[in-house]
Ligand binder design. Structure first.
Ligand code: B12
Length: 307
């Protein structure tokens, strides 16, 4: 970590630079910092700096008539949000061809041009992978295409994840999560982790195939504000439900909210599960996490709420 920021993909910018790019006054930007809308980080040199990823997030949530993000070194394309449908179709082509470079530039380009991680997950990655799954079910592709596609997609996502990393900050709320034992699915958990990082949370991704007893140990040791569970496949549903209920009771005793989702959590399975919230997509997870942070505000037209 130095004055430049945690990494080249996510540099620090000054309040003056942010003011110029968003077309607002420096005092307004400083007020947003004080109100927690724009988190500021103390650099080793004691300067208050803002992460580029936080500016992009605020821009995405707000509406800035005099926006000029090229002043922050971002490509002009940031202004026009890309169409998720055509991105998802292009992603499927790259997945089937195993074209790593195409996949990387497609996903990185979409994120740099302002698409939130949860939108990338729900409207680009999940639909493309779903179609790949249908082609497997119809015998048009083999399981190895799914494995390769998952690995290439994960590799591209880890590059974006690196740009979301900020300095450790124990004032941030903590979220932990992953997938249950026997469930190998990687992408939904990686995207859940990145979506919560993008929201300014401290996040621990336990990854797929994690025994619920280990979830409980992590819960006791980290006492998170939020626990997510992503279940795409349940190899032993009855045992899963029994262990999950025990974990949920412990979580609610600690005041930890439990968010669940994933293709294996059908209505029938959910009817047997207590949880704080369920979501079909990661947009639901982000909206729920937002509601857990009282005071975290979204700037309205050109300036934050109530000023
Ligand atoms: C990739 C893949 C695999 C890979 C996984 C690689 C890996 N390590 O991740 C491999 C090859 C291992 C695999 C194996 C199998 N697979 Co498979 N797989 C898929 C595929 C193509 C994509 C899944 C994926 O990663 N999607 C991307 C993520 C981001 O999207 P998502 O999971 O939909 O998650 C979204 C939502 O559910 C939600 N969400 C998810 N988690 C959470 C959590 C919270 C808190 C919230 C709020 C929301 C949320 O938001 C996400 C983003 O929108 C799906 C097709 C599909 N329909 O998705 C088939 C699919 C899931 N597989 C299927 C099957 C049958 C299998 C096998 C049984 C095949 C076999 N006979 O071997 C095995 C089972 C393996 C096991 N042990 O469980 C079927 C499942 C059918 C069913 N309903 O049971 C599917 C639907 C394919 C099909 N069309 O039939 N698979």
């Amino acid at each position: 970590m130095d004055e430049q920021g945690p990494n080249a993909g996510n540099p620090y910018v000054s309040t003056a630079q942010v003011a110029e790019a968003l077309g607002v006054g420096v005092t307004t930007v400083k007020r947003w910092v004080d109100q927690g809308i724009l988190p500021a980080h103390k650099t080793p040199g004691g300067h208050r700096k803002i992460l580029l990823s936080d500016v992009v997030r605020v821009v995405r949530e707000g509406d800035f008539p005099r926006l000029d993000l090229s002043r922050l070194g971002l490509p002009p394309a940031v202004q026009e949000a890309p169409d998720p449908k055509s991105l998802s179709a292009a992603m499927l082509v790259a997945l089937k061809r195993g074209d790593a470079e195409d996949l990387r530039s497609l996903l990185r380009g979409a994120h740099r041009s302002g698409l939130a991680i949860e939108t990338l997950a729900d409207a680009v990655v999940a639909p493309a992978m779903r179609r790949l799954g249908h082609e497997w079910a119809d015998g048009r592709v083999d399981v190895w295409h799914e494995h390769r596609g998952t690995q290439l997609c994960a590799a591209a996502l880890y590059e974006i994840r690196a740009t979301l990393e900020g300095p450790a900050d124990d004032t941030k709320p903590l979220a932990i999560g992953g997938g249950p034992e026997g469930d190998p699915y990687l992408l939904a958990n990686l995207l859940a982790e990145m979506a919560l990082m993008g929201l300014g949370w401290e996040v621990v991704n336990l990854g797929p195939n994690t025994p619920l007893l280990s979830f409980r140990a992590a819960l006791a040791q980290t006492r998170p504000r939020l626990l997510w569970l992503s279940a795409s496949s349940l190899v032993a549903p009855a045992l899963f439900l029994e262990q999950y209920r025990e974990m949920y009771q412990e979580a609610s005793r600690m005041g930890t909210a439990v968010a669940v989702g994933g293709q294996a959590l059908t209505e029938e399975v959910r009817a047997q599960m207590p949880y704080t919230t369920f979501g079909d997509g990661l947009t639901h997870l982000v909206a729920f996490a937002h509601s857990l942070r009282p005071g975290a505000r979204r700037p309205r037209r050109g300036r934050p709420r109530g000023t």
